[in-house]
Ligand binder design. Structure first.
Ligand SMILES: Cc1cc2nc3c(=O)[nH]c(=O)nc-3n(C[C@H](O)[C@H](O)[C@H](O)COP(=O)(O)OP(=O)(O)OC[C@H]3O[C@@H](n4cnc5c(N)ncnc54)[C@H](O)[C@@H]3O)c2cc1C
Length: 577
């Protein structure tokens, strides 16, 4: 019996082509062959039309027998086919087929073939898709619950899931569980595939977290993005890991509430709420993890656990800072804050002396009220001038207070451009771009370094200015910390560094050169925020987690992930490995 079944459509009879192709797809046939005849339709235009009308059925234009191919220039034919291949992916076939093909001019013809093909496994991928499978993955073993939504390299949806915001990737299989039971199924598959990389993905904005890879597995929980109010009075909200902070802010805004996240609304809840969450409301309300009241996780052996101050408190401690090492978080419960309008500022300064600007910015930021958070971004100076962007938030609805709070910041350079508006926190988050159906388009690997700066001293400003002048850093950022971040004692969460004045990030193009330049600043720093770090040298783990914290994490890793399944993001190895 043939492996694949399809209908052949005559291009000389255009009237019912789309209806026949749609019926073939609905009936589970594998391919529509376009018979390219004299006086018929142009096969390439027809293929494009049919690819748009159907979703998954393959469309074949046998190159060797086609009349059109014989008449047009080879360059034109190549361009048409390349365009179609790009648009329709592996759905387009131009080579000879090993399939049972029958001509069809009526719906009855199609139905007869569907009946003849019988009841076949509909989830079986066409040969052209199977040809692109990666070694080491047992595709026939994909758990039944995940088979329909899983995406592999030849599938039409692959382009939308292969890469992340900052990384290009070519995973061998993306599993897309929609509930904790399916996450457990995905993890059992991952346990049987320990020899290939495993990435856990929520919204794909990982920097330290490698939520895509080459030839491995990705467990993508973006479908788990529900936002539900559990207790209106207590302002307790349950949020799925796949929600973005932009979606969270919009949903909470309807109740007059907000939950501090990062500075970019496109980031996912799953990655940020397991690491820390240093954002525009942190000085007022603490880190995102400080508002967390409970979390549900599926651990490496597939067990679904709940962790809070009362239930599994050790795990609750670990998840708030090192969560990526302990399981797949499937839901978070946060106590959120009431909110009013906020002052949202975006200023551009020009500085002829970046060292002096950094010193002054440090002084102003140190003296700022808790309701005021301003981040600084700059790059290499050009002809002695630095362009400095300040963006920040004043959590106060009074415009006079907003201006009063921001004025000292605006005076740290020559003000070239300013925009200050009273708006909602949700609107600030809404500025992030939406991810389209084709997903993220990251390429290569990000090169970033991160550190906590206890005090912004004149010596640090001098060294930072020198670093900027090397040209190795195209993006240099100071994140204003302090305020409520230090209200939570350091030992209460695995995120330990609660008292620095700033979190500093540098992005470059050349890893070795950036490491070299950055390491020279090490004496100014105390620890690092792992969410902005891509250096994989082992010392970075103790920078993120001081030795006693790391020791406790390793002990817990032994309990919850003894075989070290979760290893894509600052891997804390179990004590016994
Ligand atoms: C443009 C941009 C702006 C940012 N701004 C801020 C900011 O202001 N403040 C801040 O604190 N951080 C910020 N970050 C860092 C961001 O918080 C982290 O990169 C975070 O991991 C992204 O989460 P994600 O779910 O979108 O990423 P993903 O790429 O989906 O995940 C990243 C990693 O998180 C882990 N992970 C993801 N989902 C889960 C889950 N459900 N359970 C367990 N582990 C999981 C995995 O290790 C994964 O590799 C920013 C990042 C970007 C790209």
């Amino acid at each position: 019996m043939a492996d694949e079944w399809g209908i052949e459509l005559s291009l000389a009879e255009p009237g019912t082509l789309a209806a026949l192709a749609e019926r073939a797809e609905a009936g589970g046939l594998d391919v529509v062959v376009l018979k390219d005849e004299d006086n018929g339709l142009d096969p390439w235009t027809t293929a494009a039309w049919l690819a748009g009308r159907t979703e998954s059925i393959q469309i074949a234009i046998p190159r060797e027998t086609g009349e059109t191919h014989k008449k047009v220039s080879p360059a034109m034919a190549e361009k048409a086919l390349d365009s179609l291949a790009l648009l329709a992916g592996t759905r387009l076939i131009t080579t000879a087929l090993d399939a049972e093909i029958a001509p069809a001019t009526t719906l009855d013809d199609v139905d007869r073939l569907i009946e003849k093909a019988g009841d076949r496994d509909r989830s079986r991928r066409p040969a052209a898709v199977r040809a692109l499978r990666r070694d080491g993955i047992d595709y026939d073993d994909i758990p039944a619950s995940l088979r329909k939504t899983a995406i592999e390299p030849g599938d039409p949806g692959y382009r939308g899931v292969r890469s992340t915001y900052l990384r290009g990737g070519s995973p061998g299989l993306v599993l897309r569980p929609a509930n904790p039971a399916e996450v457990a199924d995905a993890l059992s598959f991952a346990r049987r595939h320990r020899h290939v990389p495993l990435g856990i993905r929520s919204a794909g904005h990982g920097v330290s977290g490698r939520s895509t890879n080459d030839g491995g597995l990705v467990i993508d929980v973006s479908a788990m993005n529900e936002i539900t109010v559990l207790d209106e009075h207590q302002r307790l909200v349950r949020i799925g890991p796949g929600a973005t902070w932009k979606q969270v802010a919009a949903a909470l805004d309807e109740h007059g509430w907000a939950l501090g996240s990062g500075d970019y609304g496109g980031v996912g809840v799953g990655g940020l709420a397991t690491a820390g969450g240093i954002g525009l409301l942190s000085r007022q309300h603490g880190l995102t993890i400080d508002r967390l009241r409970a979390v549900e996780l599926t651990t490496a052996d597939g067990t679904h656990v709940r962790a809070s101050a009362q239930e599994n408190p050790d795990l609750f401690w670990a998840v708030r800072g090192a969560g990526a090492n302990f399981g797949v978080a499937t839901a978070f419960e946060f106590e959120v804050e009431e909110t009013d309008k906020v002052g949202w500022a975006q200023l551009v300064l020009v500085s002829p002396d970046i060292e002096q600007t950094l010193v002054e910015f440090g002084e102003v930021a140190r003296a700022a009220d808790r309701d005021t958070t301003v981040f600084l971004v700059t790059g290499p100076p050009r002809q002695g001038q630095s362009v400095v962007q300040l963006y920040g938030l004043v959590d106060n609805p009074d415009p006079e207070i907003v201006v009063e709070r921001l004025t000292p910041f605006a005076q740290t350079g020559l003000l070239a451009q300013q925009q200050v508006v009273l708006t909602s926190y949700a609107q600030v988050m809404a500025e992030a771009a939406d991810v389209g159906p084709n997903g993220h388009h990251g390429r290569g690997e990000p090169v970033t370094r991160s550190a906590f700066l206890p005090v912004l001293t004149p010596e640090f400003a001098q060294d930072a200015a020198r670093l900027l002048r090397t040209g190795q850093v195209y993006f240099f950022q100071l994140r204003h910390m302090g305020g409520a971040i230090a209200d939570t004692p350091a030992g209460e969460t695995a995120f330990t560094h609660r008292t620095p004045e700033f979190q500093v990030t540098a992005m470059g193009g050349d890893r070795a050169a950036l490491n070299n330049a950055w390491d020279r600043l090490a004496h100014h720093f105390d620890g690092l925020y792992l969410s902005f770090e891509t250096d994989t040298r082992p010392e970075r783990l103790t920078d993120a987690f001081p030795p006693p914290v790391l020791e406790r994490l390793r002990g817990l890793k032994n309990d919850y992930d003894p075989t070290n399944l979760f290893r894509d993001n600052f891997n804390v190895k179990p004590r016994e490995i």
